[in-house]
Design a protein around this ligand. Structure first.
Ligand SMILES: [Cu+2]
Length: 119
């Protein structure tokens, strides 16, 4: 008897938490692996994303090269965010960097070399 009640409570809790998630559609978070190598890359990517529609906040962690993006899923999609990073000259997950944008980057920011190595 007790066990059934317990399972029932868990089920209700699960239902409740999934409802909360469904309502919270104005904000979503995604982590994207980029080819950033230094603080300059961080600035380039974060400012490119700042101009991207629907993006609320982006924070790039240089050591892991992962950018955490908070966005409004009604206004943009992870695909568009990755494209914006590519158009800034960097890889975004499996998406390759836009070659034109990449060639405009500072030498030390181009993939294959790292700014740390040059110092
Ligand atoms: Cu760089």
């Amino acid at each position: 008897m007790k066990r059934k009640l317990f399972t029932g409570i868990i089920a209700v809790l699960l239902l409740f938490s999934s409802n909360v998630k469904a309502q919270d559609l104005k904000s979503a978070e995604i982590k994207i692996k980029t080819s950033a190598t230094c603080d300059m890359c961080k600035k380039t990517i974060e400012s490119a994303l700042a101009f991207e529609k629907g993006v609320k906040k982006s924070t790039l962690d240089v050591p892991t090269k992962i950018v955490t993006v908070v966005y409004n899923p009604k206004k943009t999609t992870p695909e568009k965010i990755r494209l914006a990073i590519s158009n800034a000259g960097y890889e975004a997950d499996s998406l390759k960097a836009n070659p034109k944008a990449w060639s405009n980057l500072e030498d030390c920011c181009k993939k294959g070399t790292t700014c740390e190595e040059k110092k």
